[in-house]
Design a protein. Sequence first.
Lengths: 315, 90
Amino acid sequence: MSKKVTSEKYKKTLSHKLETWFYGTEDVYVNRVEMKPQREFLESEETIQTRENEKQKLLKNIYDVSNNKELNLFEKSYKLFCVFFCCVVIFTLLVAVSYMPTFGDSNNPVHNEVSERYIESGMQETGAVNIVTGMILDYRAFDTLGESHVLFVATCTVLILLRDDKKKLVEKRKTRLYEDKILQTVAKVLVPPVLIFGIYVVLAGHLGPGGGFSGGAIIGAALILYSNAFGFEKTNKFFNANTYKWTSFCALATYSVSKCYSFYTGANHIHSIIPLGIPGHLISSGLILVLNICVGVVVTGTMYTFYVMFRKGGY
Amino acid sequence: MTNMIMYILLIFLVICALAVSFSKNLLNSILIYMSYSLIISVIWVLLESPDLAITEAAVGAGVTSLLFFATLKKIQAIVKTDKKEELDHE
């Protein structure tokens, strides 16, 4: 049997406190802590002058190079040691480099059974003509997953550090765009081919040089050029914070889900159900094409978001 | 022939690397850094790794230097040229 308690009685109980704390209906600091709005730091001219005077006095008394012999000696020897240290570092690095194996020699320790395996049976096992892509998105897909997550975390950090509050953003948006005829014409001509080239590099990552990272960087650069020429309002129509959130979430989720079968089994030679297709065709090599697109989407969002945060502090 | 080109590019690389640290204008050093990335991407092509070359050209010469420009603007290191432009417009 539960008994009904009046609302006044209920307010004194612990469960009411827990409820208010959980839903955040009550501000804990109000009426308990003395709060003052932050004021801008302003210094009067007198204090500046006294500070400068004290600095001058300090320089005169302590760093008196002409009379203080120890300091004089120290400064000279400091410069000498700097040069000496630089020379030693350069010399040791050059000696270390001279002991390295020569470039492209067949007896180098790099050419062991691992690279032999990749070169000999890489195409049959992954279905990718480009061995590098087959390596980073099939044999070592776990590394690439970590890399794309690192990019996502980096963007989150930049968002935390550089994001402005809404009031400032509105003021910044009002500043007019410096319209440059040359830049706008060049951007009109250049942006579509660059975008198409970026998409090509992403899609043909398993057929030739390229891949998700480089293609995504190219697409991001094209977006940055477009926003520079025509202002952020135009790019905001198709790329804002929501778009970034959902595209990168979908890409990372797709990557993780589509590769988790081998992550969880530790890649124990489990036979993949996805057909590899004929090497050399666009739709082939199993999951590599999908993973390339995912990485490309993440990198595009990262590059563009970095730029927007640095320039404006918000979408 | 390829060896000759390689040596010329490597010498340019060293010159660029020194010039970045010795140039007094921050804007100039970013431009030199861009050219450094472009040279190294050509070197990647000569070393037969086009994957890296594409990435280096896009990230090193493109996006990184753009971020540097944005940072310079944010810390108001290229304010002087802006003022000049305003004066010219008036």
